[in-house]
Design a protein around this ligand. Structure first.
Ligand SMILES: [Fe+2]
Length: 202
């Protein structure tokens, strides 16, 4: 192990409440100053993400969510806490371009410490912290440190579709102390879904 810290890229990144308002169920809700913290090490060292616990107008604290550019899959290992992973694949038009508001396939998966969740290529993904403690994961996503503001928004990820649709097709919300799902009205349709046993509330 080399101890040359002069050329070490910036590994720490944090997602602010201001940025997260773009994708919250209630953009006027009050969240913590930072929703989640990341140490980005890339495929080799892995990336560590730590979520704050809590809800914002009933919605559990989550990651922003993104799609990968290219045929890149990813694995998340849950180290601590309880979460719900949301995966969604958008429908594609005749030119192979993703359609922002039509979901080809949606999956919700409940996960806890010791479990892993695989994000297949083409599936946008986010994770929500549905427990009462920090939620902590490791993942093997590559990080391009050459990009502008690389630690915060790695070059392999596309955030525009999620921003445009103000989140995924469902929000993960608290219902009598348990996680449930609530539809995002901006989406036109979901062709196929597996909600992992989670209840859908109005
Ligand atoms: Fe990813």
């Amino acid at each position: 192990m080399k101890n040359d810290f002069k050329n070490v890229p910036k590994h720490y990144a944090a997602r602010s409440d201001e940025k997260m308002k773009e994708v919250l169920m209630d953009p006027a809700g009050t969240g913590p100053a930072i929703h989640y913290y990341m140490i980005r090490g890339g495929s080799e060292q892995k990336n560590i993400t730590i979520w704050e616990p809590g809800t914002i107008s009933g919605e559990y604290i989550k990651t922003y969510g993104h799609y990968h550019i290219g045929d890149l899959s990813e694995t998340y290992w849950v180290l601590f806490g309880k979460g719900v992973a949301l995966l969604q694949k958008l429908a594609e038009d005749e030119n192979g371009e993703m359609t922002a508001d039509v979901v080809e396939e949606f999956r919700a998966i409940s996960v806890g410490a010791g479990q892993e969740v695989f994000m297949p290529k083409k599936f946008g993904h986010l994770l929500a912290n549905v427990g009462e403690t920090y939620f902590v994961t490791a993942d093997d996503s590559p990080v391009d440190f050459e990009e502008r503001d690389p630690a915060s928004f790695p070059g392999h990820a596309d955030y525009d579709f999620v921003q445009k649709m103000r989140g995924f097709a469902y929000y993960v919300v608290e219902n009598n102390g348990e996680p449930a799902l609530k539809k995002n009205p901006l989406y036109k349709s979901i062709k196929k879904e597996d909600l992992g046993g989670l209840k859908v509330i109005e």
